[in-house]
Ligand binder design. Sequence first.
Ligand code: CP
Length: 313
Amino acid sequence: MSLKFKDLLGLERLDKKDLQIILDSVKPFKSLFTKCGKMSDLSGKTVVTLFYEPSTRTRTSFEIAAKKLSADVVNIAVSNSSIVKGESLIDTGKTLEAMNADYIVIRHSLSGAPDMLARNLNVSIINAGDGFHEHPTQGLLDLYTIYERKKKIEGLKVLLVGDILHSRVAKSNIWALTKMGAEVLVAGPPTLIPSNIENLGVKVYYNLDEAVKNADVLNILRIQFERQQENLFPSLREYVRLYQLTKERLVAAKPEILIMHPGPMNRGIEISSEVADGPNVAINDQIVNGIAVRMAVLYLLKSTKKRRYASSN
Ligand code: CP
């Protein structure tokens, strides 16, 4: 099995069949990972991680995933690279391509940066989060975690809570879940919900207590203070009062509700510690599934047609 494109830039571009191919591929990789196994499928390939923004989960899990498939991994520390001397993104990408990188996993604050690299290079580009746009592997691991726990996606009501406006995780969740037949609900302050989001087939709630009652799955999002240009709610205290997921709020929820958080988590802001460490939480599953999903993505992109730099001259 393989995917029909050389890059993974966002889930908006994938259809239901592509998403199902990825979901169906994850289980054996998870089994291999949990049994501390290794495969040689990417032996001789080079995966470069190029992160212009901080990351713990995504960068590390791509590195572990690539190493589990026997690829060579190079992590570029942007602050120690020629990028600080003013090198452009495309010139950096071309340099890595000339070094015969097979994959560049990129995180960038600008929406569309991975897309620009993909249009200019033959190497596979994987978007590890670009601005407000998408975080496709996070969307896929969230999708897989729901599928694994609930044994289905179709018909589920999945509620995304918090800073939908600045969240690339929310966008990738919305694309993937709606294509797979889930009903997506969003809840948060009006200033943190994009206008016209209903056009993506999403139902909007401003009252979290109302929304929680209807949900099968909650995905709690961090407030992205680093992306906010202005104060979008009166105070943190008010946000906590109206939108923090607490034990009290969960009293009205379905007993089998599944609680997720993509991380990094701000305990005491969007989620209470009691909930984060309590029952029905799948945060550790999301982390393990992140490695398995990234193994699947690297594997599925392996056989797409790529031109090696050296052979094109
Ligand atoms: N969920 C996520 O993208 O986490 P990191 O920022 O740690 O990679």
